[in-house]
Design a protein around this ligand. Structure first.
Ligand SMILES: [Zn+2]
Ligand SMILES: [Zn+2]
Length: 305
């Protein structure tokens, strides 16, 4: 069954001459719907991790409810864009996070909805964090600065989901001013500076064009293919799959810097969703790490320990 894409169609006013957009902004409602569908599919496929996939499905359903029940307003969107311009190393990051209300409300809604699905002590620590603003802000600042080890892995997933909900809405509301870093060589998101989840090769009117997908604000940014997304070299790029060469989930490795990135071939299978299907294909990561390659980017549902 075909489902509508969450990627906005390209501008077709000039037939045959389609410029490659440096960034594609997601339609969040459709993106969340697709992610929920793929997480539910993984819950059926991967019986041993079924409870975790169900938990994640509930988390994304709650993000979807937040869009309707506690949407970001223009004033906060402006404040988030100001924060993004300063970058994650800004000394005022904590103060600025403290003055933004939307992500903190999103966290409270997420913690309340998700706590009953968790072991009691984990559920309690999620809820306790709602009322400990200082610790909540410290955790958020650590995550935005990629200091993942400073935050409990379970808590990190929910804090990131709250930040993601607000950041993605801010980017969607103000697309014209969203790209603040040059996109063409960017390893991290040109809008919010977070690492990518994975690489996507698109189908349809953008057949064969490669974009990286942001783990935080959900933007996709263009990177040319056959060039390492990390070091920019092109001499020792290889592609790997677990089964046949036409597999829709592939790994691109760079022999120069020993990095790898997972690639979802939406031109082969348009149903794939990077965040959910990445978690469903961790055996590929294991195989690459055994070969000595280091992953570019993170999955926001499985932070590096
Ligand atoms: Zn981003
Ligand atoms: Zn490289």
């Amino acid at each position: 069954m075909l489902t509508p894409s969450d990627i906005v169609a390209p501008d077709k006013r000039t037939p045959g001459v389609m410029a490659i957009e440096p960034a594609i902004f997601p339609m969040l409602g459709s993106l969340y719907a697709r992610r929920i569908k793929r997480l539910n599919a993984q819950a059926e496929l991967q019986r041993e991790n079924r409870d975790y996939f169900r938990f994640l499905s509930q988390l994304v359903q709650t993000q979807q409810q937040i869009l309707a029940q506690a949407p970001l307003d223009q004033t906060e969107a402006t404040a988030i864009h100001a924060l993004l311009k300063h970058g994650p190393d800004d000394t005022q990051l904590g103060t600025n996070l403290s003055s933004l209300q939307n992500w903190q409300s999103a966290y409270t809604i997420l913690a309340k909805q998700l706590a009953p699905m968790l072991p009691p002590d984990m559920g309690q620590s999620l809820c306790d964090l709602s009322s400990n603003k200082t610790l909540l802000i410290n955790n958020a600042a650590h995550l935005l600065r990629s200091d993942y080890q400073q935050v409990n892995a379970g808590v990190a997933v929910v804090v990131w989901a709250a930040l993601s909900s607000s950041w993605a809405q801010a980017i969607a509301l103000r697309q014209n001013e969203a790209v603040v870093h040059p996109a063409a060589q960017a390893v991290c998101c040109p809008c919010c500076h977070a690492p990518p989840v994975a690489s996507l090769v698109l189908g349809g009117a953008r057949e064969g064009i490669r974009y990286l997908q942001c783990s935080l604000c959900e933007v996709r940014w263009h990177r040319v293919r056959a060039v390492c997304v990390d070091c920019g070299a092109s001499g020792k790029i290889d592609h790997w799959t677990l089964d046949d060469a036409k597999s829709a989930i592939q790994i691109e490795t760079c022999g120069d810097c020993k990095s790898y990135i997972k690639t979802f071939r939406l031109d082969y299978d348009p149903e794939l969703e990077a965040v959910a299907d990445d978690l469903g294909s961790l055996s590929l990561d294991k195989a690459m790490e055994e070969e000595g390659f280091v992953r570019v980017g993170i999955n926001p549902f499985s932070f590096p320990a």
